[in-house]
Design a protein. Sequence first.
Length: 384
Amino acid sequence: MGFFDTLETRSADAREAAHVAALNGLGVKLGSLSELASLPVLRKSDLSAKQKAKPPFGGMHVGDVAHVFQSPGPIYEPGGVSHDWWRFGRFLNACGIGAHDVVQNCFGYHLTPAGMMFENGARAVGARVLPAGTGQTELQVRAARDVGATAYAGTPDYLNVILEKADAMGEALSFTKAAVSGGALFPSLRQSYADRGISCLQCYATADLGHIAFESDAMEGMIVDEGVIVEIVTPGTGTPVAEGQVGEIVVTSLNPDYPLIRFGTGDMSAVMAGASPCGRTNMRIKGWMGRADQTTKIKGMFVRPEQVADLVAKHPEIARARVVAARDGEMDVMRVLIEAEGGDADTYAASVAEVLKLKGAVEVVPVGSLPNDGLVIEDQRSYD
């Protein structure tokens, strides 16, 4: 499949120079992308507070946009209709969708932006769109048959609902491609589509940021979109982790109509080494690996990732720390595992009580021994 544009194959130096220039154009004066880590992380709770104080967009810069969307919260997002405003054309092109296709868009068009995101992307690659939304599955099948839909856009599992209904109705549909998001694409489901002759790829996106990363036909991780900057940071902080370590996805959107600088998604992932075999040169991430907001109540007190980060910062020799919540009979117990070369457990225990406001057993473990899963708070209690 061809590339969407030449941005997908540019060098790392050219990409960084362009991103720094774009940030400077947005009023974020940086000499290099490494300086981005010095800026604070904007959280959805911050966005919500701003919008409540000054609806709909909290006084933030918003250009000349065509739509206002509302996501649960409520959170308001602007939307544009100019060429590839949400940047989904890049993903649909990677799926092989183009001017010869009819896309049955089964994302919702009501209040939330997903439907318009994929609509805008389909227009960017010249495809015709059936704005189907969800529900009324029998009508979905008839419409797919009558308009000759060749590509599906929607959640991973809803295509299967349509296909099974078509089987029951004795209808043969023409789907050969699927662009999915908004849920887990399990390997067995992807294979079931492949068995029907449907190539299914997924992307990662949010209502606030638009398109962030996407699969190509190489299916080795997700390639970061050219219109955003992605960092992986330790949960509860803005500090980037080492390459390959799991952490929170923080995204800077370079959309001049609605720039978001260091927006914390709350999702977890990790950077993959090297470039995709498909020839696209941008950074890759491993896809969704859980949620970063690991706030947990232990002994009636909330323990937050930010507190664990403060504990680590208090002792320079600590590499990482993990709080483990468990049960002993009918009582909560807390252990704190600390990666350090030596160190005094009693001293760390005093800091734990001071910073976390709870006492817990401290165990000093070798550096590198904690799992690379991004967890700083692990809840082992059973709620069954």
